[in-house]
Every structure is written in structure tokens, then in C-alpha cells.
Design a protein. Structure first.
Length: 722
């Protein structure tokens, strides 16, 4: 049992492996947060709750001791004197926006009810608390899912209109938690195309710190996670709280340090350009958030997210499956290929161990560049004589699987689809639509448009032997308007777009369960837990430069397990960064994820081809660590000349340390790293040093990093139980 209700003291205890989350029913009927942190006894925690109101705060007319400004709220509302950010905001038809929620009932369920139309964690004991507005016919249901072997709690909310007339939700977040302390740094992701997952860390300041996306996807400019690191916590020490939305659309996340020195963290659906009309009896389901507490620093927090997502988020059919080592045609050929060129590429990796060929953009319609063809999912027979079958058969004859690229949500104005159905594209009458990469976005809020997409993509998947699909999304959504929504529902567009995307995923991914789907969005612009529910692997960034990848993959690993990070070895000078790193380094860094190649193997040297074979073999030796192991981040290129990460198997019998030195510096400091997570008493053979050492020695005396000569040199150390 992970959930316990103390009826006498009216306290709910949600207990993870090492964590307690507790809240109670306040005398005024609202829910009051009491504690979130390291596991504590099931004591009457009301003693710790906030002090009563001070002179000038607003008090409840029924009970002069109640002031919402002082209550650590579990479901904070607007208009009754809290004055901090509310979790939700309602408005009735008269314009009344005040809300006050009181406890009605609760249920503890052994089986988790899944939210309709949204990705969420699977399984887990779930508490549902129902609250009712004191005045409006409005119900709020709070869902908490807890796993007694993990330190992760999933939360979500349902907002329900029980009245006769419509009401409006001007905000409908997924959660809010008040932490009664202020000694936090806030860590949030920022970035751009080819520079995803950079991390900001700043001491929290009074007022609101906020991240969010208005891009229609979670975007490369940020990512839906926010971390609070208490009292100087670092990678391996100190208390850390992490919050991650399971969502793939526009969103908002906030942390507010109040005048009382408490921090409220909240977030969910977009906060801007959002109003949802709730008709009589309708329910708005929020996305789910996953909250993790760790007293073992950021790395401890990451372990919890990684384990939770591997056990309860990623498709169980694929989560433990060995990933295909693939060669992708994009950077090797871009749009310039025909059958012969593709066959030369396939021949180029034959016998190296690469086990899948992925035909990227350019195989369909009039797609000879990025100006035409998107939306026409019919093979371009001028380029591929004999259709896809010729390439697929050739791939299979070479002993490889075959993968194909799609961008299902998009259309070029120069396409048969657009000529036949110009109204399928998002457009707002009176405004000429903006173009991004010469393309428009299809209106996924429309069921008929989604039906068209499902059928067009399904036809190709049905008629060809396809083992893998790369699902791309290369422009943001700006003109948030649908010709099929009434005026008072236009501000539902962003959320409806995300729901439309999830509907496509449900139908296409579940419709073809034998196909392995990889997500992509100009690199990592839709790399999130929402996508991970459907796609076990996501292209992390278009920047394949090994140095940039040490930063990008490091940031992504804060929350997301390495098996999801798609990482390719590409040609140099790197096509994005125009930067050269050694071939070996590119592979060592690309091995810290689901690896593959993105170059023209027909033009590489024999020496490099031999290296590919060695690299693939080396990857197979450690891929179980990528799929299942624990990651330890030991050194970052964000603040040093060195990158170092270690993977350790769950049974601690096997580990791998990967390191890179950015620039050789004469007379540089001796750099020792201290591996973690080994068994102190186990003796490990370190292959590269040819010595046997106890885990305790390796972890405490450390390993001195040594590299080959040159810039961006890398090295790996294999450790295995003797
Ligand atoms: C952007 C992706 O990130 C690339 O890998 C490639 O698939 C191109 N789109 C194709 O247009």
C-alpha cells in the first residue's frame, strides 16, 4: 500500500520508496499541503502547517482564522485572497471568476484510471480526491498515482462542469505544490534548434520564475521540466525536486517564491491564449505531471525519472528491446538520391553490423527539395524506379531492416494534397499564412484531417514491409485558429492540437504494433515524456557534433533515460557546427544512447568502414547498459574541459566510463574522476588498465583520465566483475 488515509487526523500520506507526500483536510474544508520530502512517520503533520493570518490578510467570512494567503494549498484557486498563482481559473457566464474548493470525498484505487486521450504513466496505486466549488456547480478531481518501489508521484486534474450553463476555464493546470522553504536554485532547460537541452541554474527570487512554449510543440527553446535544487544540491548530494509534464504541446511551468518564504510550483496546459469552454456535464482532463524527490542530488533525481519512465511510460513492448543500429540517409544524401545511390549506401555498410537502413525525407511526391511534396505520401517513381519495394528488397537482401521517414502533420502549398484540400492547412481568414521551411501545418483539431492523415500514412505502411518509422515535425504552429471551431472555442486550439496529435499517435502507433516509431522535430523540438509514451526513441538534436552532443545529451539525461536519446555518428566537418572531432569520439558519445550513423558510407575510407564494424561491435557489448543501466554524470563540458559519464548495470557487475577532453592543455591539471554506483566489495577488472580493483577503490581513489593526443579526444573504460 502506497497510499494511506488517516481518518482521525484527516491526512493523506502518499508513500514512495523513500518519500512521503502528505496533505490534509483543513478546518475550512480545503486541502492543505503538509509535507513533501524524505520518508517520515505517519504522524499528525498538522502541527507543521503554516501559521494563521497576520493583520492585513483577507480572512474567510465564516472562519476568521482562515486566510488562503497563509495556507499551503493543494489546489489553489483565484479570487479569495490567496494572491499567488492559482492552479486553475474559472469564469461563469455572468463573469464571476471567484472559486473556493472544499473536500467532498476520496477513493483509493489499486488500478490506475488513464486520462482520456492523453499519454500518462501506466499502472500504480491511485488516490482520487473530489473537491467541489462552494458556489459554482463545479467539481475538481485530483489524481495522485504512487509507486511504492519508486520515488515518483504522478498528478493530474479533471475539471468538471455540473451546472446547466456553460463555464470557461481560463487556466487548467495539472498540479500545484507549496513547499514551505525558499533555499532553492531553479534549474530550467533552454535552447534552440541544434542547441537543445542547455541548463540555466539561478537562485530563486521573489515573484514568478517561468518557462513555457507557445510553439504548438514543447519546442527546442525549453522543455517541460523544472527542477528545484535545495541548499546548494549538486549532481550527487542534496535535496532535489523535479517536475516533468507528460505532454507534447504548448505548456507553462512556474515557480513562485511568496512573501511568506514558500515556493509554489505549478504547471500544465498553456497559460497564454488558452480558454476552454466547459458545457454542461463536460470534463477537461489535464495532462499528467511526474514529481520526483531525491536526497541524492540531481543524479538521484534522474535515476528516479529514468526508472519510472522505463517501467511505466515507454511502450513495454519496446522498452527493453535492443535498438537497431541504423544508417540514416539524411546527411549522406539529403534529397539527392535515386535507387542506385541508396543501394551504394546500403552496400557501404553491408557486413559492418549496421542492421537497419532508414530512408529519410525525399522519397515521395515531388519532393526534390523542401519546397514541394509534403502531404503526398505516394512514392516518387522518378527517383525510386519500381517503387519502395526495390529499395526495401535490396535492404532485406543485405540482411538489414528498413525504415521510412514521414512528416504526417505537414503540407507544402506546392503539393497535390494542398491543391485538393487547401482548407486542411491551419489558416486564419484575412491573414496570409506564415511559412516555415516552405510548409504549413495541418489542422489536427479536425477529425476529418486526422482521418486523412491516418489513412494516407497507413496505406504506405500496409503496402510495404516497413520495420521502423521516423516521424518528423519541422515547423512550429503560430496561427492558432481553426475554421471548424466556433469563436468562443478558438482559444482551445493549442490544447486541441496536442490532443489531435495524440489521437494520430494512438491510431498509427497502435495500428502498426510491429513497427518501431522514432520521434523527431527538427532534432529535439518535441522531445518529451508525452512523445515517449508512444515512441520509445526520439532524435535528440540535428546537431551531431560530438562536443555539442556532450552538452545536449547531458541536459536531456536530467529527466529522460538514455535508451530514448537517438544519437548518430555523422561526417566531419560536422554539417551543422562545421566542426571536426575524431571519428572515435563521435562514436563514443553517440554510444550513450540509441546509436546509428548519418553519413554516406559509399564515400568513406576503408579504414573508417572497418572502424564502423568495430564501433558497432563495441556498442553491442554495452547496449544493455544504455537500455537498463544507471547513469552517473561525473563531469560536464558546460563548466569544464572534460565530459565524463558512467553507466552501471542494475546488478552492479558491469560498468562503462566514457570521457572526452575538449582541448589539450599543456601542463594541464591531473583530472581524476570518481566513478559511482559500484559494489564496494566487488572486484572489477578494468580492461583498458588491465588491473583488478575493488569497487571501493575505484570509487574513492578514482580513475585518472588519460586521452589520445588531439582535440576532442575520448576514451572508454570497461569494468566487469572478476
Ligand atoms: C529534420 C530532422 O531533424 C532531420 O533528421 C531530417 O529528418 C530532416 N528533418 C528531413 O527533412
Amino acid at each position: 500500500m502506497a497510499i494511506f488515509f488517516d481518518a482521525q487526523n484527516k491526512i493523506f500520506y502518499l508513500e514512495g520508496k523513500n518519500t512521503t507526500y502528505a496533505f490534509g483536510i483543513h478546518a475550512c474544508g480545503c486541502l492543505q499541503h503538509l509535507y513533501y520530502g524524505k520518508k517520515v512517520g505517519r504522524d499528525d503533520l498538522h502541527y507543521i502547517a503554516a501559521d494563521g493570518p497576520s493583520a492585513f490578510t483577507l480572512r474567510s467570512p465564516e472562519d476568521k482564522k482562515t486566510s488562503y494567503q497563509h495556507i499551503w494549498a493543494e489546489a489553489p484557486a483565484y479570487g479569495r485572497g490567496d494572491f499567488r498563482e492559482p492552479m486553475y481559473a474559472i469564469r461563469d457566464e455572468k463573469g464571476d471568476r471567484l472559486s473556493e474548493l472544499v473536500y467532498v470525498r476520496h477513493e483509493i484505487l489499486s488500478e490506475k484510471p488513464m486520462p482520456a486521450g492523453l499519454p500518462a504513466l501506466r499502472e500504480g496505486e491511485t488516490l482520487v480526491v473530489e473537491l467541489a466549488d462552494k458556489v459554482h456547480p463545479f467539481t475538481v478531481r485530483l489524481y495522485y498515482t504512487v509507486y511504492d518501489d519508486l520515488d515518483a508521484i504522478a498528478r493530474r486534474v479533471e475539471y468538471i462542469n455540473n451546472g446547466e450553463s456553460a463555464m470557461f476555464l481560463d487556466r487548467a493546470f495539472s498540479f500545484s505544490v507549496d513547499l514551505p522553504r525558499s533555499d532553492f536554485d531553479v534549474i530550467t532547460p533552454y535552447g534552440a534548434w541544434a542547441k537543445e537541452f542547455q541548463l540555466d541554474r539561478t537562485p530563486i527570487r521573489h515573484g514568478v520564475t517561468e518557462i513555457g512554449s507557445k510553439y504548438g510543440a514543447t519546442s527546442a527553446t525549453t522543455n517541460p521540466f523544472l527542477i528545484l535544487a535545495a541548499d546548494g544540491a549538486d549532481e550527487h548530494r542534496g535535496e532535489v525536486y523535479g517536475f516533468n509534464l507528460i505532454f507534447s504541446g504548448s505548456f507553462a511551468m512556474k515557480a513562485e517564491l511568496s512573501m511568506m518564504g514558500t515556493v509554489r510550483v505549478l504547471g500544465g496546459a498553456p497559460d497564454f491564449d488558452f480558454t476552454w469552454k466547459l458545457e454542461k456535464g463536460e470534463c477537461f482532463p489535464s495532462p499528467e505531471v511526474v514529481m520526483v524527490y531525491s536526497d541524492e542530488g540531481l543524479n538521484g533525481m534522474s535515476h528516479q525519472f529514468h526508472d519510472t519512465y522505463r517501467r511505466h511510460l515507454i511502450n513495454p513492448h519496446y522498452v527493453h528491446a535492443k535498438r537497431p543500429v541504423l544508417i540514416n540517409s539524411w546527411e549522406g544524401a539529403y534529397f539527392n538520391f535515386d535507387n542506385e545511390r541508396l543501394m551504394r549506401m546500403i552496400d557501404g555498410v553491408k557486413g559492418t553490423g549496421v542492421d537497419m537502413f532508414v530512408l529519410d525525407d525525399g522519397w515521395f511526391g515531388a519532393r526534390n527539395g523542401d519546397k514541394a511534396g509534403l502531404g503526398d505520401w505516394v512514392v516518387n517513381e522518378e527517383k525510386l524506379k519500381g517503387g519502395l519495394k526495390t529499395v526495401i528488397d535490396y535492404t532485406h537482401a543485405a540482411g538489414m531492416k528498413f525504415g521510412l521517414w514521414f512528416e504526417p502533420e505537414m503540407v507544402n502549398p506546392d503539393s497535390d494534397l494542398y491543391r485538393a484540400h487547401p482548407d486542411y492547412a491551419i489558416h486564419c481568414p484575412g491573414h496570409d499564412p506564415m511559412l516555415g521551411r516552405n510548409q504549413l501545418v495541418l489542422d489536427l483539431t479536425r477529425a476529418d484531417v486526422r482521418d486523412y492523415i491516418v489513412e494516407a500514412v497507413s496505406k504506405v505502411l500496409r503496402e510495404n514491409e516497413i520495420d521502423y518509422v521516423k516521424w518528423d515535425f519541422n515547423r512550429s504552429v503560430a496561427e492558432n485558429y481553426s475554421s471548424h471551431l466556433p469563436a468562443d472555442r478558438q482559444m482551445e486550439f493549442q490544447y486541441r492540437f496536442a490532443l489531435g496529435f495524440f489521437d494520430l499517435c494512438e491510431r498509427l502507433v497502435n495500428g502498426f504494433p510491429h513497427i518501431f516509431f522514432e520521434g523527431c522535430s527538427s532534432g529535439g523540438a518535441r522531445f518529451d515524456a508525452g512523445l515517449m509514451y508512444y515512441f520509445p526513441q526520439i532524435w535528440t538534436s540535428d546537431d551531431t557534433d560530438a562536443y555539442m552532443r556532450t552538452l545536449i545529451q547531458y541536459g536531456a539525461s536530467m529527466i529522460y533515460p538514455l535508451s530514448v536519446h537517438s544519437c548518430h555518428v555523422s561526417a566531419c566537418p560536422n554539417h551543422q557546427a562545421k566542426h571536426t572531432t575524431p571519428f572515435a569520439t563521435r562514436a563514443d558519445i553517440a554510444h550513450l544512447g540509441a546509436t546509428g550513423y548519418e553519413l554516406d558510407p559509399a564515400v568513406i575510407s576503408e579504414e573508417e568502414r572497418a572502424q564502423i564494424a568495430e564501433q558497432v561491435a563495441a556498442y553491442h557489448e554495452m547496449e544493455d547498459l544504455v537500455l537498463e543501466g544507471d547513469l552517473y554524470r561525473l563531469s560536464s563540458t558546460a563548466n569544464s574541459n572534460f565530459f565524463a559519464e558512467e553507466l552501471v548495470s542494475k546488478d552492479k557487475t558491469k560498468a562503462l566510463l566514457t570521457a572526452m577532453r575538449a582541448i589539450p592543455i599543456v601542463n594541464d591539471e591531473i583530472r581524476t574522476v570518481y566513478p559511482k554506483g559500484l559494489d564496494e566489495n566487488m572486484v572489477y577488472h578494468i580492461r583498458e588498465l588491465n588491473i583488478d580493483l575493488h569497487g571501493s577503490t575505484i570509487m574513492n581513489a578514482g580513475l585518472k583520465l588519460r586521452f589520445p593526443n588531439g582535440d576532442y579526444a575520448s576514451a572508454v573504460w570497461h569494468m566487469e566483475k572478476v
